[in-house]
Ligand binder design. Structure first.
Ligand code: SAJ
Length: 419
């Protein structure tokens, strides 16, 4: 197969930027494209706009040696990768606007021999749809295998990296690569092998799309099981974390951890892509979404009850991010609970979030104030622990003994458990 000299990555977010930097570090010229001028400017200066271990050094290196450049428009290349957001709308329906816009922007640039890869999480059938869109606009091209020279390849290869471990997992995780045809899959497999150490396994584009959705829906369901169990344990006055720990000692049981609900832009969103396409069949997945959503509401209600018992107390709201040790607030149950608390108690709510510099406008408007851990421990009588950040795990019992606590993550189990 021909050598890849140049790759265009459309979307410089949590996946696109690390992927672009990693490929560039393998000596391939990469053009990272984003519609947001601030992101383009930041990356062009060698800096990053997200928090991710080791990414800053890598981006700085590949930008300064010229292998990664940031741009607002794509340009001709050998490989085009699409890594743009695919959110759901208010009715929980997939919104493919960004994917379709990305395809639109690159289709005129395509040349025979090119490889187009979709990495964004998508409903089943999306890769076929974009392949069709490309061919409608470019009748001079065909999708391989074909004997003619004007052949391109189109494949789906979902990202499966965990925020906080992105660079390690990009290299080491196995990849599932689905082609529109078997030759498209082989072409994409060959490309991924240039920077992935894990196994690169090929299949159809439709199967690969469902594999991605299945991984996240499975995790959502497992967490829903843990969240449901936490409510059952509360009713029996049993410590849910102890129950899970003991049950997981069975060699074939692996229950995840309960919390204040499920956040992030993947696990809380992707199951809807399956449910939307098969609403009559996806009963467990829908219920899991509902259970996890409901847990957030319950934590807010329990917090109200505790705060109402102490009418003059200040409340430390510990954590806003969607999970431990990240700065990402997308779909965060902690943020949702903090907003409910601030709506009800205004300036009594002190937000402690070591991973961000500025409170979201919504919270400041409601009167909530940002505080560091030490000040919060000094001035608050109640703590609502929403995220298991390392900074909170490190607070010794002596530093929080005076607090009335709701610990949704089970990290302060040496205190009485409320949720
Ligand atoms: N959570 C729990 N209990 C747990 C584990 C997680 O309540 O035991 C919560 C977290 O607090 C968070 C949410 O679930 O709110 C999601 O966090 P996560 O760490 O499970 O997953 P993400 O969203 O950071 O990344 C997931 C990963 N998917 C799987 O593990 C199957 C990652 O590999 C995917 O690449 C990513 O989604 C994605 O982009 O799709």
């Amino acid at each position: 197969m021909p050598d890849v000299q140049k790759v265009v990555v459309i979307g410089l977010g949590y996946i696109g930027l690390p992927t672009a930097a990693l490929i560039a570090s393998r000596g391939i010229k990469v053009v990272g494209v984003d519609t947001n001028p601030t992101i383009v400017k930041t990356v062009a200066s060698g800096a990053i706009h997200i928090t991710e271990p080791d990414l800053d050094g890598l981006v700085q290196k590949v930008v300064s040696n010229g292998s990664l450049i940031a741009a607002s428009e794509p340009e001709p290349a050998d490989v085009f990768m699409i890594a743009v957001p695919t959110p759901i709308d208010a009715m929980n329906k997939p919104d493919l606007t960004c994917v379709l816009a990305a395809v639109e922007r690159m289709t005129d640039l395509l040349a025979p021999g090119n490889l187009v890869i979709l990495e964004s999480t998508c409903p089943v059938g999306t890769t076929e749809k974009i392949a069709q869109k490309i061919l409608e606009r470019r009748p001079d091209l065909q999708i391989g295998p074909a004997n003619g020279a004007a052949t391109i390849s189109v494949a789906y290869c979902p990202e499966r990296v965990l925020p906080g471990r992105i660079l390690t997992e990009l290299v080491n995780n196995d990849r599932c690569i689905g082609g529109i045809t078997a030759s498209c899959a082989r072409r994409a497999q060959w490309f991924y092998k240039t920077f992935v150490r894990g196994a690169c396994v090929t299949t159809t584009a439709r199967a690969a799309e469902l594999v991605k959705l299945t991984e996240n829906a499975y995790r959502d369901t497992n967490i829903a099981f843990a969240n449901e169990l936490s409510l059952i344990c509360d009713r029996h006055a049993i410590n849910v974390w102890e129950v899970i720990d003991l049950a997981n000692r069975h060699p074939r049981v692996n229950i995840l951890q309960p919390g204040p609900g499920v956040g992030g832009h993947c696990i809380a969103v992707d199951p809807w892509f399956i449910i939307d396409a098969a609403p009559d069949l996806a009963r467990v997945m829908r219920t899991s979404r509902e259970v996890n959503k409901h847990k957030t509401k319950l934590v807010a209600e329990r917090s109200f009850a505790l705060i109402d018992e102490h009418p003059y107390a200040n409340v430390a709201c510990c954590g806003l991010a969607f999970k431990a040790n990240v700065d990402d607030l997308r779909e965060s149950p902690a943020l949702e609970i903090a907003v409910h608390l601030a709506e009800k108690y205004g300036a009594r709510i002190k937000i402690v979030e070591p991973n961000i510099r500025q409170l979201p406008q919504r919270l400041t408007t409601l009167g909530a104030e940002m505080m560091n851990v030490d000040d919060a421990l000094r001035t608050c009588e109640i703590a609502i622990l929403l995220v298991d950040h390392d900074e909170f795990k490190m607070i010794p019992l002596a530093g929080r003994r005076h607090l009335d606590v709701i610990d949704t993550r089970g990290i302060w189990q040496d205190m009485p458990v409320r949720a």
